[in-house]
Design a protein around this ligand. Sequence first.
Ligand code: 6CS
Length: 335
Amino acid sequence: MTIKTLTAASAAALIIGAGTAMADTWRYAFEEALDEVQGVFAQKFKEEIEANSDHEVQLFPFGTLGESDNILEQTQAGILQFVNQSPGFTGALIPEAQVFFVPYLLPEDEDQLVRFFRESETINRIFPELYADQGLELLTMYPEGEVMLTTDRPVTSPADLNDVKVRVMTNPLLVSSYQAFGATPTPLPWGEVYGGLQTGIIDGQENPAFFIESTRMYEVTDHITRLGHNNFTTALMANKDFFDGLSEEDQTLIRNATEAAFDHIIEYQQGLTEESLERIMEAKPSMTVTTLTEEQRAPFRDTAEQVEATFLEIGGPRSQEVLDQMKADLEAAAQ
Ligand code: 6CS
């Protein structure tokens, strides 16, 4: 096409465009509602991008584009630019990401936990390489809160979990972990959990307190048990071809927005667990919340070694490296 065939308007756009960045619309999907943790993170990310560029970020909460696996596939295909997916689901695609389901590996201490997420070599160096192999730019991982078990019966020991069908995310190591706890794990996508509990297809599930409250898991289970076995990890990623094709300025914009959203979500979660438990008790006073003692936790904790061994078997070619580095990172965070 010669310059003569351009309309005056498009020629003007070309001239202006040569000197300024293009304003794009970026699509970002996540696994939760707008007012849940992933949604609050996404809103902050959007706010930062839009405040510091001409780009627009369109948010797609859970349910608008399908289940977690659907939004990840849409991001790999380039239909979406950003996706928030938890290793609980990604572990089926990137086996090394299952490391987050070795019980009692992550610290209960919140400062240590946050330091680990910020400074971890595993998260900042190894996982980005593994995600890149799947066409994904890993932007960050962040915690969503202490994972609690909710069941239709009280639980204080592995024996209480005998024959209890506990829904878990679709992650083989999480299945192994609940088998080691003595339960009958049932992997299901999120959309099937409430109905599954209502109809008795499953007897329990695990999630952070804010999610138990917001998704009304307390309506369909009666007992919350704090095993202290894990903190819910999630991850923000971008389509890698999209990210690699951006200007350095836009890549920096995205990295800065991610950092701001990370800081915001850590701040936002201060006190959230206890507030959520209080609201659950207000909504359903008959609900029980039991924090297991160290003695009661011991038999659950004892399964960690066995689950770790399973991780080394099924956690992919870099499982040993990931586990070793993760332990070194956790030790550094504890200093
Ligand atoms: O259990 C799940 O499947 C969901 N839990 C949380 C806290 N976020 C998203 C995920 O789908």
